[in-house]
Write a protein that binds this ligand. Structure first.
Ligand code: AKG
Ligand code: FE2
Length: 255
């Protein structure tokens, strides 16, 4: 039996769809200034239907592939929660690559404005290739986009995805399964820690294919006496049933 025949038809389809040339930039449908307003006002923004259901299914189908990933993490082993994820290896699937390059291009001006408002020196170049070159020069060489998989009772503890000194302050997660149909529970949660105040929770309702763009580690907030920063963490509440997958796109690479 040839190697190709031993691969399941679903996996074959997933590979074909996920590696086919992406003709349309998924961000084209969205108004960047609206995205910017929402990020400024709340530290996150939902992009409804960033990916089609077919693209979501193709991404999920990649999870069981024996190649294309650099490592697999079982969350309970590290106290990260329950469930598992895999980091993609380079070269990334074309759809992930386009989300990373195009997402970065749209978010870099916002990241630069956020940093300027908080008097942080780091300035982000306009292309993702230039930013990744900077990460690689600093020894942050390993790709960070990932696929996550949760089953009943699984959850993801509040965390921040920083992987070295070079941190791009915004990231993206795409929900690849339909709540209420493929799973219940498993809600995306952001917690915002405000200086000398109690922390504020945000539960972000997402449907299959929706993306949430959110602050990696902190965001600027306009206060009565100037701009201050709040610390952001994200996680996922426990699934009551079913199976939930997400695609995470982090723009910096890891040491
Ligand atoms: O599964 C989720 O919704 C959260 C994924 C996550 O932590 C990430 O993309 O960084
Ligand atoms: Fe994360």
């Amino acid at each position: 039996m040839s190697i190709a025949m031993s691969v399941s038809p679903n996996l074959e389809t997933a590979r074909a769809v996920a590696s086919s040339k992406v003709s349309q930039d998924p961000f084209d449908r969205f108004d960047t200034s609206d995205l910017e307003d929402r990020l400024d006002n709340q530290g996150y923004a939902v992009l409804p239907g960033l990916l089609t259901h077919d693209d979501c299914d193709a991404m999920v189908g990649l999870y069981d592939s024996s190649d294309g990933f650099r490592s697999r993490v079982v969350m309970a082993r590290h106290g990260f929660g329950r469930g598992e994820y895999q980091y993609f290896a380079y070269p990334l699937p074309p759809l992930v690559e386009i989300l990373r390059a195009s997402g970065y291009r749209r978010l870099a001006p916002i990241a630069n404005r956020w940093h300027a408002s908080l008097n942080i020196d780091a300035h982000f170049p306009s292309t993702h290739a230039a930013f990744i070159a900077r990460c690689h020069e600093a020894g942050q060489l390993r790709p960070t986009p990932l696929l996550l998989r949760y089953g009943q009772g699984d959850y993801n503890c509040l965390h921040q995805d920083r992987y070295g000194d070079h941190v791009f302050p915004l990231q993206l997660a795409v929900l690849l399964a339909e709540p209420g149909n493929e799973f219940d529970g498993g809600e995306f949660v952001l917690v915002e820690q405000r200086p000398r105040m109690q922390s504020r929770p945000h539960v972000i309702p997402l449907r299959k294919g929706d993306a949430v763009v959110f602050a990696v580690n902190f965001r600027p907030v306009q206060g009565a006496r100037g701009i201050y920063r709040t610390v952001m963490r994200h996680g996922v509440s426990a699934l009551r049933s079913g199976r939930r997958h997400t695609l995470g796109v982090i723009f910096h690479d890891a040491t």
